[in-house]
Design a protein. Structure first.
Length: 180
């Protein structure tokens, strides 16, 4: 393991968390942004990130290639309610458990920030929609949350992040599809 990967991974995690915080403040959930992804500093998540770091996508992908799974991801998704996987019960035939609004909003901010960090200068307003349309093919997610994400990312594509990411717009979209 290279020492430089330690600092590069630390920088990536910190940059991601800072972007999520800024977006969460805009979305009206600053506390969610403040405590976002603290588990990434745990031993299991951080060291796997250092070991498989390469800088342009999540180290989880490289761990999965080598090991067939990612211990960091299993740890992370079980402790962070902003991941739709946290809300899926594999004992049910389909995803039926809905994530509450504050976690939905944090998930949107998290996904946007991840794209911005990993894509860097190549990220644009349609990047997240394009990513989600590929990822949703294998996602086990409640269809109402899926439809809400598609609506959010379509609006970002048309209007930009700053006009869409605020508590009024996100709550309106969430209520349109979920009804809370």
């Amino acid at each position: 393991m290279k020492l430089v990967n330690f600092f590069r991974h630390l920088h990536t995690v910190n940059k991601h968390r800072f972007l999520v915080f800024k977006l969460c403040v805009k979305a009206g959930i600053p506390l969610q942004g403040l405590v976002h992804d603290l588990s990434k500093y745990s031993f299991v998540e951080f060291w796997e990130g250092v070991k498989y770091y390469q800088g342009t996508y999540s180290p989880i992908r490289n761990a999965r290639k080598e090991l067939g799974y990612s211990e960091a991801w299993l740890h992370h998704k079980g402790r962070n309610k902003h991941h739709y996987e946290y809300w899926y019960d594999y004992g049910l035939e389909k995803a039926e458990i809905l994530m509450p609004y504050k976690y939905f909003a944090e998930m949107v901010c998290d996904q946007l920030a991840a794209g911005m960090v990993y894509d860097g200068k190549d990220w644009n307003n349609s990047s997240q929609l394009e990513y989600w349309m590929r990822a949703r093919e294998v996602a086990r997610i409640d269809e109402r949350i899926d439809k809400a994400l598609i609506k959010v990312y379509n609006e970002i594509k048309e209007k930009g992040v700053n006009k869409v990411i605020n508590s009024y717009n996100l709550k309106k979209i969430y209520k349109e599809f979920v009804g809370e």
